[in-house]
Design a protein around this ligand. Structure first.
Ligand SMILES: *Cc1c(COP(=O)(O)O)cnc(C)c1O
Length: 362
């Protein structure tokens, strides 16, 4: 069967060349005579894979040497608890910006461990923008300041980072890590589930400044303490070995693409094709304020529920799949992560155009 263009928000499209390489190596990895899935995580061959994965990520993101890279499990959702458990060590206060479902979940979870203040929220406008942030309102005593750099469901992204001074900035970067350049030194912690832009589900990457490790609250479970994993180079227990291997292949692919600067240009061009179409269309409408538009997740709607449903159905028949929007926004959402080829975006825009002609000429 022919591969479709998969616009899923996550797990999501992977580079075809990565899948083919994995297929080649699936049964016998290099000269080991076994699959990566069957390998001890403490074997020489596997050690090489995880070490290379880390090196490649460090190179791609230009991660400073005073940051640790951790390969964990539990999804981004576990970080909603790990962040407060590990960072509440002075005031037990934190500032959060509420920009969507994932921020809300993070806020809910953190409230179990300390005093959370929501410094800004776009909830009243159904999260269709990133709220203005006034740094004079930030709590200088907070143990950290929390943002979600890209809001997967609503399709918004920060175009500038909050100035938090000495307060460590923590970012949930699950849906836009590796999509555009970030200065890692501006963050205390960056975390991301792998299944949007890095690889298969099951792997969560945490990039953490070293001085933030080692202050976890007493109640912190061993497995939720960053120090446990930092001290053991992510080998305290069995890491998600196969997901790390695929992520390594994705990092190699990204390097071949010219790295993050180059992919960011491609991502901007891809997103622009869709936004330009939405902006001139008589029937399709984007749902997000232009200034905060995501490069990764693009929600849009047609005038009626019936048309939305027809569009999704007919698009699927054309091999443009998983375009149904999240229930909290409705309509459609096109997730166009790094691995979505420009041909896929072009096919989508062509289809939107045909659809518009067909349904507005009636
Ligand atoms: C998908 C997503 C999550 C949840 O990730 P899990 O790995 O399923 O826990 C959290 N935050 C953001 C921004 C996401 O896109």
């Amino acid at each position: 069967m022919k591969r479709v263009y998969n616009f899923s928000a996550g797990p999501s499209v992977l580079p075809e060349s990565v899948l083919k390489k994995a297929q080649e190596e699936l049964v016998c990895y290099q000269d080991t005579g076994m699959s990566v899935m069957e390998m001890s995580h403490r074997s020489k061959s596997y050690e090489k894979i995880i070490t290379q994965a880390e090196q490649l990520l460090r190179e791609l993101m230009n991660i400073p040497s005073n940051y640790k890279v951790l390969f964990l499990q539990g999804g981004a959702s576990s970080q909603f608890a790990m962040v407060p458990l590990n960072l509440f060590w002075k005031s037990k206060k934190a500032d959060y910006v509420n920009t969507g479902v994932w921020s809300k979940k993070a806020i809910q979870e953190a409230k179990r461990y300390g005093k959370i203040r929501v410094v800004a929220s776009s909830e009243e406008q159904n999260f269709n923008h990133i709220p203005e942030l006034d740094s004079t309102q930030f709590d200088q005593e907070a143990d950290y300041f929390y943002i979600t750099t890209n809001n997967t469901i609503y399709g918004t992204r920060y175009t500038k980072l909050p100035e938090t001074g000495q307060v460590p900035l923590v970012a949930d970067m699950s849906s836009n890590i590796l999509s555009e350049p970030y200065d890692v030194s501006k963050f205390g912690i960056i975390f991301a589930g792998a299944q949007k832009n890095m690889g298969p589900a099951g792997l969560t990457i945490v990039i953490i400044r070293e001085d933030l490790i080692g202050h976890a609250m007493d109640i912190t479970p061993t497995m939720f303490n960053y120090k446990t994993h930092a001290d053991a180079n992510s080998m305290f227990n069995t890491p998600p070995t196969y997901s790390i291997y695929i992520a390594k292949l994705v990092f190699e692919w990204l390097k071949e693409q010219g790295g993050i600067e180059a992919i960011a240009e491609k991502n901007k061009a891809k997103a622009k094709m869709i936004y330009d179409y939405l902006d001139q269309s008589a029937v399709f409408k984007g749902t997000v304020e232009s200034k905060d538009r995501s490069l990764m997740n693009i929600p849009f709607v047609l005038p009626t529920e019936e048309l939305n449903a027809t569009f999704i159905k007919e698009a699927t028949q054309e091999g443009l799949v998983n375009l149904k929007g999240h229930r909290s926004v409705g309509g459609m959402r096109a997730s166009i992560y790094n691995a979505m080829p420009i041909e896929g975006v072009k096919a989508l825009v062509d289809f939107m155009q045909q659809f518009e002609e067909k349904y507005t000429s009636k």
